[in-house]
Design a protein around this ligand. Structure first.
Ligand SMILES: Cc1cc2nc3c(=O)[nH]c(=O)nc-3n(C[C@H](O)[C@H](O)[C@H](O)COP(=O)(O)OP(=O)(O)OC[C@H]3O[C@@H](n4cnc5c(N)ncnc54)[C@H](O)[C@@H]3O)c2cc1C
Length: 317
C-alpha cells in the first residue's frame, strides 16, 4: 500500500475510534464480494454499522471531513468499476426490522428498515395477507435500494406503497421525507447519492392470505420462467424504451449470446448480462456499448442503462 493510501486510510480510521461506532469495518474491500454480478474493485473503506447512532455518527463525520460515500443495499442494481469506490461504502445489512406501527380495518402501516431484503417484505405480506407488493416478488436487494430505483414489475412499483422515508442528513440527524415530496419515475427517484435512507413507512391493504399468496406465487412463476434468476447478473441492463422492450430490441439486433471477456448476453433474457467466470467491469461496459450500438443501427433506438455504473477506472494511490 502506498504512503498516500495509508494516510488516507488513517484519516478514515479516526471515525471509528472512541466507542462511537459499532459494526464492521474493512479496508480495501473487494466490491465483487458485495454485488450480485460478482464484479468490482476495492472500496477504500467498507463499513457495516450495527445501529442507528453509529450510522448517524459516520454520516456527520463524512460531511465534516469531505469524504465521499456510497450507500449499498444488496448490490443487485450496480456495476462497480474495476478501480473500486473512493471513500466509504456504507452497507445497510444490519438494518432489517419490519414493524407494524398502526392498522385499521382497511390498511396496515409498517416501518421497514432500509436493509430489509425486499423478499422478506414480500414474504411477510404474503404470510399476513397484506396486499400491495405482490408484483415485487423475486426482485433481489433491499428496501432502501428498491426505493432509490423505484423497483417494480408486473405493473407494481414500490412508490405506490410508500408513505415516507427517513433519511440521515449531512449533520447526522434523521429527517422524515414524505413520498409526495420525492419524484419517482421509471426505475429512478429524486433521492440523491448524498441521502442515506435509514427506514421507510409503507402502507399495505388488508386482504386474505390466500389471495395475496396466489397472486405473489403466480408472478414468481412467470419471473422464474423469463429470467435467469440463478445466474450472476444485475437484472435488466437497459431500460425498456417507450412501447417496446430492450430485450426484444437486443435479440432483433442479433446480440443474443454475444460475449466480451467473461460477460455474456443471456440466452434466456437478452437484457440480462451474465458474469460467466471472472468478468471485469471494463468488459461489461464494452459489451453494453457494443449491444447499444447494434440496437441503434438496426432500430434507430438509443438504449439507456438501467443499472447504475459506479466507481473509478483505476485504484488511486
Ligand atoms: C436477477 C435479478 C432480477 C431483478 N429484477 C428486477 C425487477 O423485476 N424489477 C426491478 O425494478 N429491478 C430488478 N432487479 C434490479 C435490482 O434488484 C433492484 O433495482 C433492487 O431494488 C436494487 O436493490 P439493492 O438493495 O440491491 O440496491 P443496490 O444495488 O445496492 O443500490 C442501488 C442504488 O440504490 C442506492 N441505495 C441502496 N441502499 C440505499 C440506502 N439505504 N440509502 C440510499 N441509497 C441507497 C445505492 O447507492 C445505488 O445507487 C433485478 C436484479 C437481479 C439481479
Amino acid at each position: 500500500m502506498s504512503e498516500k493510501t495509508e494516510v488516507k486510510n488513517k484519516k478514515l480510521k479516526d471515525i471509528f475510534s472512541k466507542d462511537l461506532f459499532k459494526g464492521e469495518v474493512k479496508f480495501m474491500e473487494p466490491m465483487k464480494n458485495h454485488t450480485s454480478l460478482r464484479i468490482g474493485g476495492p472500496a477504500d473503506v467498507f463499513v457495516v454499522p450495527q445501529d442507528l447512532p453509529s450510522l448517524m455518527n459516520i454520516k456527520k463525520n463524512l460531511k465534516n471531513r469531505r469524504i465521499p460515500f456510497f450507500p449499498i443495499g444488496g448490490g443487485t442494481n450496480i456495476l462497480v468499476k474495476d478501480g473500486g469506490i473512493e471513500g466509504m461504502v456504507i452497507s445497510s445489512k444490519f438494518f432489517r426490522r419490519i414493524e407494524i406501527f398502526s392498522k385499521n380495518e382497511a390498511y396496515v402501516n409498517l416501518n421497514v428498515e432500509s436493509g430489509t431484503p425486499l423478499q422478506r417484505l414480500v414474504n411477510f405480506s404474503k404470510e399476513q395477507g397484506y396486499s400491495g407488493v405482490e408484483g415485487l416478488t423475486g426482485i433481489p436487494g433491499t428496501v432502501g435500494g428498491a426505493i432509490c430505483g423505484n423497483a417494480g414489475a408486473f405493473g407494481y412499483e414500490i412508490k405506490d406503497v410508500l408513505i415516507a422515508v427517513e433519511i440521515i442528513g449531512d449533520k447526522g440527524k434523521t429527517e422524515k421525507v414524505k413520498a409526495e415530496k420525492i419524484d419517482f419515475g421509471y426505475r429512478n427517484s429524486s433521492i440523491s447519492s448524498e441521502q442515506l435512507i435509514s427506514s421507510a413507512e409503507i402502507r399495505l391493504r388488508r386482504d386474505t392470505r390466500e389471495r395475496v399468496s396466489a397472486k405473489t406465487d403466480d408472478f414468481l412463476k412467470i419471473k422464474r420462467e423469463r429470467q435467469p434468476l440463478w445466474e450472476p447478473s444485475a437484472g435488466c441492463v437497459f431500460k425498456n424504451p417507450p412501447g417496446t422492450s430492450a430485450g426484444k430490441l437486443i435479440e432483433e439486433a442479433g446480440c443474443k449470446g454475444m460475449r466480451t471477456g467473461d460477460v455474456e448476453v443471456s440466452n434466456i433474457h437478452t437484457n440480462f448480462f451474465i458474469n460467466i467466470g471472472n468478468a471485469k467491469a471494463s468488459d461489461f461496459i464494452t459489451l453494453m456499448e457494443t449491444v447499444a450500438q447494434k440496437v441503434e443501427e438496426i432500430s434507430g433506438i438509443v438504449l439507456v442503462p438501467e443499472i447504475k455504473i459506479v466507481g473509478r477506472d483505476e485504484v488511486q494511490n
